[in-house]
Design a protein around this ligand. Structure first.
Ligand code: NAD
Ligand code: MG
Length: 299
């Protein structure tokens, strides 16, 4: 299937407003409960050995963008460890099955990354079972849309968002760095929210702006060791995160306000991650944020 066919397929999955049927799920959400079930590149992604023999840890690798990354990395020749919440075991097993179908090793690392010890043990398990580590994708993240004011925001909520999106990313990166050698890379997941923040996602947007700053600064710190650090900033992408954190009706117009007029599918992110992870294609790319936003500006 050609690239343009992949785009047409994504377009067909949206309604005439570019969105999806109204729907809601309990956090963290499941892939099977989504209508339509997202496209992660299962039938379309073709690898060409860009990551042959590399070892990757993808957090939030069970579903959504993380699943698309895991499939693409495996088809490019990488072994993949997946981290996810215990409630997502079913999704994680489906992703692991897809990695194994590509002839690569899949390692399952369940656990709550809001705990520092879990971040350390997830990295240790990945390193031990993969025999080392070359790529860390800090993709796990959480958001909750709100309609109250900052005066009403609980500290518990602030802790949840900042621990999941920022502390975990720093704990995981700190634990992974001693294992990363020349040619390795770290890819963080930012968001269009870092550039165009929605009031309903005030705290989430702040964590994503911080991730951009962390990305460029860490790239300067570890560049001399031959380690590259980049980020991908997705626009609106059809993943369990959306129906699990926003009101049901919001799905109907989800993504409609982008220049391309629709939400993206996780499969449409895979190329960006493969490019940034490739020691050949992206050998001189570090400290950058690559937008995959359906046309929204990332500057
Ligand atoms: P998703 O729900 O499929 O993936 C998010 C994953 O984060 C979950 O599967 C879960 O495994 C993991 N996670 C959340 N809290 C965790 C915790 N406490 N411990 C361990 N794992 C935890 O949704 P997605 O949209 O693919 O999200 C992936 C990343 O993309 C997130 O960082 C998100 O902020 C970012 N993003 C998504 C969109 C979008 O529109 N979907 C847009 C911009 C950025
Ligand atoms: Mg999930």
């Amino acid at each position: 299937m050609s690239e343009s066919e992949v785009g047409r397929r994504a377009e067909k999955m949206t309604n005439d407003k570019g969105g999806f049927p109204a729907q809601e799920q309990e956090h963290p959400g499941s892939t099977a409960a989504m209508d339509p079930v997202p496209d992660h590149g299962e039938d379309t992604y073709e690898g060409t050995g860009k990551l042959e023999g590399m070892r990757a840890l993808v957090t939030g690798g069970d579903s959504g963008i993380g699943r698309a990354v895991a499939i693409a990395f495996a088809r490019e020749g990488a072994d993949v460890a997946l981290s996810y919440l215990e409630a997502e075991q079913e999704d994680a097993e489906s992703t692991a099955e897809l990695v194994r179908a590509a002839g690569r090793t899949a390692v399952l690392c369940p656990g709550d990354l809001m705990q520092e010890e879990t971040c350390t043990s997830v990295v240790e398990k990945a390193v031990e079972e993969l025999g080392g580590l070359d790529i860390l994708v800090n993709n796990a993240g959480a958001q909750w849309a709100r309609d109250d004011s900052l005066e009403q925001m609980s500290s518990e909520r602030m802790d949840r968002i900042f621990k999941t999106n920022l502390y975990a990313l720093m704990w995981l990166t700190r634990a992974a760095l001693p294992h990363l050698g020349k040619g390795s890379s770290i890819i963080n997941v930012s968001s269009i929210q870092a550039y165009e923040p929605s009031t309903s996602l005030l705290d989430y947007a702040a964590t994503k702006a911080a991730i951009n700053n962390f990305t460029v600064n860490l790239a300067a710190e570890v560049g001399p060791r031959g380690i590259r650090v980049n980020a991908v900033a997705p626009g609106p992408i059809w993943t369990p995160l959306q129906p699990a954190t926003k009101p049901a009706k919001a799905m109907e117009e989800f993504g409609a306000d982008t220049p391309l007029g629709r939400a993206g599918q996780p499969s449409e992110l895979a190329g960006a991650f493969v490019f940034l992870a490739s020691p050949k294609d992206a050998s001189y790319v570090s400290g950058t944020v690559l937008g995959v936003t359906g046309g929204k500006p990332v500057f």
